[in-house]
Design a protein around this ligand. Structure first.
Ligand SMILES: Nc1ncnc2c1ncn2[C@@H]1O[C@H](COP(=O)(O)OP(=O)(O)OP(=O)(O)O)[C@@H](O)[C@H]1O
Ligand SMILES: [Mg+2]
Length: 208
């Protein structure tokens, strides 16, 4: 059985991850592959419970170290119970956020050292990295504007502008360091233009 391909979609809130994941899925299915979508934190029943802890807006503060460990705990469930079994069965996997989110948010945003995050990544998922990562990029104001049209903000969405600015910059640095895995897509452009780019990239991966 040929192993499925693993694609992650990254970017700050509201840049268009969910919108473009639909394009990826349609395209992969149209080419005759099975495709599974998952998200982080989350993707399994226990990992979704951890997501609730991470996004809650209760009184108890969430220490930064607890935040990064919970992210990786959830990731361990998703990788072992969902992502790897699917890939081994030949199913393609599209994940809404993956370890690059931990690098950008807990590293760039909160200031956890990148070596700590990368050591956790190696421990939790070893060589299981996406074959392709789409970094959807737009200025913070645009992302938050688009995301703000939805319901009440969660614990992350309540962060300040400068937090998301650091997250965005960190994402762009990570992408520049791994140019073969990442494709950066400017999502300030017309939605149909962005979708056409995503479709073309998917077709390229399908033909490899
Ligand atoms: N290129 C675009 N131009 C204008 N609007 C867009 C574009 N892409 C997405 N949108 C709109 O922006 C809003 C947010 O998009 P979407 O939900 O896909 O973002 P997201 O990255 O998944 O957000 P979140 O991080 O909160 O899950 C939606 O209303 C979507 O229709
Ligand atoms: Mg989304």
């Amino acid at each position: 059985m040929k192993r499925g391909k693993f694609i992650s979609v990254e970017g700050i809130e509201g840049v268009g991850k969910s919108t473009n994941i639909e394009v990826l899925v349609q395209r992969i299915e149209a080419a005759g592959h099975k495709v599974l979508t998952t998200r982080e934190p989350g993707g399994t029943p226990i990992a979704e419970d951890i997501r609730d802890i991470l996004t809650h807006r209760g009184e108890e503060p969430v220490p930064e170290i607890a935040e990064v460990l919970l992210m990786f705990a959830a990731r361990s469930f998703n990788v072992n119970n969902v992502i790897i079994p699917a890939l081994e069965a030949g199913t393609w996997v599209v994940c809404d956020r993956f370890t690059d989110s931990s690098r950008a948010y807990q590293g760039g945003g909160r200031g956890i050292p990148m070596e700590t995050i990368d050591r956790l990544a190696d421990w939790v998922h070893g060589d299981t990295w996406p074959d392709l990562t789409l970094l959807l990029d737009a200025p913070v104001e645009i992302g938050l504007e688009r995301a703000g049209k939805r319901g009440a903000p969660d614990r992350f969405e309540q962060e300040r502008h400068d937090f998301f600015q650091r997250v965005r910059e960190c994402y762009l640095q990570i992408a520049a360091r791994e140019p073969t895995r990442f494709v950066v897509i400017d999502t300030t452009r017309d939605i149909d233009e962005v979708k056409a780019d995503v479709a073309a990239l998917t077709d390229q991966l399908l033909s490899e």
